[in-house]
Write a protein of this length. Structure first.
Length: 254
């Protein structure tokens, strides 16, 4: 009586092609579609907010300026100082793009965050990696390598230990830690939501067990609220760490 038949969860890891089916290089699936839609939504939001600027902002302009200001005040200036203000457009775009990607997890009939597929967080993390390396060499020249691998204030004898650690940390592990953090949190949340809502559907089909049907539904609703918070926090963490890495690359440590 307690045996429940769960549908396969292969959709968590396999995505059918929507366009160019069967093409190894140009296949367009659900992940790619949601990424494109998210980018268009971010562009549309900020274009609408900046289209007709008024001295006293209202409507979309007010929301856009508030959103932009939140990123500028709480991430850019907080982490990079006044010198970081020119980076606000990029970091604001990055924050809201990741946020929109994450929020697909709680949208009815979609319920899939593209960031729960490793390729997307890895692409975003490699973008951050390339940017902070370029910024480092632009501002410090070849001294960027020296300043990164041989931080000042460390006793010379400890460089045998510190230098390999700094090399792995700065030049190799940063993009992977960024990517894995975002991927793992969104994948775990996605699986939890699927499990509880599939459990609710399975219990609904079993008449003797329908009495406990509200339990997984209520847990699923609570988890949806929790995942909304996770979506915001993970977008914030990714953007903040990007700001930290870029800021560190702009000037040598003293």
């Amino acid at each position: 009586m307690l045996a429940l038949e769960f549908p396969p969860i292969s959709h968590l890891f396999e995505w059918k092609d929507l366009f160019f089916k069967g093409n190894e290089y140009f296949a367009f699936n659900k992940v790619a579609l949601l990424c494109v839609i998210s980018a268009l939504l971010v562009m549309a939001f900020f274009l609408a907010a900046s289209r007709k600027q008024a001295l006293v902002p209202t409507g979309v302009q007010n929301v856009g300026e508030m959103a932009y200001g939140v990123v500028e005040d709480n991430i850019v200036v907080e982490v990079m100082g006044e010198k970081g203000r020119p980076w606000t457009p990029f970091l604001a775009s990055l924050f809201f793009y990741i946020l929109f990607l994450n929020l697909w997890e709680i949208f009815p009939f979609i319920q899939f965050p593209p960031t729960s597929r490793m390729a997307i967080p890895l692409f975003l993390a490699l973008q951050t990696w390339v940017i902070y390396l370029v910024v480092g060499f632009k501002h410090q020249g070849l001294g960027y390598i020296k300043n990164s691998l041989f931080p000042p204030g460390v006793p010379a004898a400890l460089y045998l230990l510190v230098t390999p650690i700094e090399f792995v940390s700065v030049f190799i592990m940063r993009p992977f830690s960024l990517a894995v953090r975002l991927f793992a949190n969104l994948m775990a949340g996605h699986i939890l939501l699927v499990v509880f809502f599939v459990l609710a559907a399975a219990l609904w089909s079993k008449t003797p067990l329908i009495i406990i049907w509200p339990l997984p539904v209520l847990v699923g609703i609570a988890l949806t609220g929790f995942e909304l918070m996770v979506a915001v926090i993970q977008a914030y963490i990714f953007t903040m760490l990007t700001a930290v890495y870029v800021s560190d690359s702009m000037e040598a440590h003293h």
